[in-house]
Ligand binder design. Sequence first.
Ligand code: SF4
Length: 336
Amino acid sequence: MPELIVDLAEARKFLQEKGAGTCIVQIPEGLKGKTTWIIDELKGSCDNVFVKMDPCYGACDLPLHDMKALNADAIIHIGHGPIHRNKNILYITCRYDLSEQEIRENANRLLKELGKRGARNIALIANAQYQHALPALKKILFENGIAAHIGAGTSRIASEGQVLGCNYTVVESIQAGIDANVYFGDGHFHPQGLVFSTTKPVIAVNPLHGTVEEISEKNRDRLMRKRFAAVAKASEAKSFGIILSVKSGQRQKEKALELKKAIERAGRKAYLLEMDLVVESYMAGVKVDCLVNTACNRIVLDDAENWKRLIINPTECLIAIGEKKWEEWKPDEFLH
Ligand code: SF4
């Protein structure tokens, strides 16, 4: 099975060049087991290395407040590509070490699936851990008569073909001529999100499990029915709590204020709720009929059914209060 490579050489160089006395290292949950190893590896390059233990779900969640509080000189963010560029922040994107042979085996599995469908033009996407393998995969597909397109995204996207759970702009410009979207990577989170952004088939190639599966057909209708039901319920709400997260890459103050105005224009009440991590229990007792989430759109798209309270995304709120039509529904991606 391919191994996830965490290379700290760049981090050591960055800290030494900065003459950093204190740094904060931020890691995803899956790398918590490497905490002491990371500190041991970096201690020669920086006197005080803190590894942040709060949960981190993406590069949208930089510990800027901690940096001020600890008077730290630098942040090393491990595991995701850059969203915001800052001279005191270094992003270390971990990659799965895939051999040429492993990429070829996955390509062969994919070719079989594409052959069954008669698909000859595809969009190729991956998350940050697999994006580096896309050019090699594209080449093998080309040799076998498949045109694979790797698109560029908005400024939030670090590399061509890379997706975030909240940004699928790399496929938008190339959707017109393709037969299917192919996600190369593990997990369902990213291909599932793509289902909201395209009507073309979404095929997931998982190099860790050696599987190829379509996830769009069985999921799209079910997901959209749930969103439609939530919007219908929200249209009866008289009061709305607008959630604003202060996380660096999720903060949408303007959008929250615009929503407040729109809700009040519609003759309903709107209340602004500010928090860092968006957790339902933190809002227990708040008396509103419906919550509107301006933070990570996936909280609603993936998890709304696990909330006891009604929670919807900004576009859904505008549909519910009559400012937009259902045909204008969109997944509220973060573009910048
Ligand atoms: S906003 Fe959500 S989907 Fe986007 S990077 Fe952050 S956690 Fe991931």
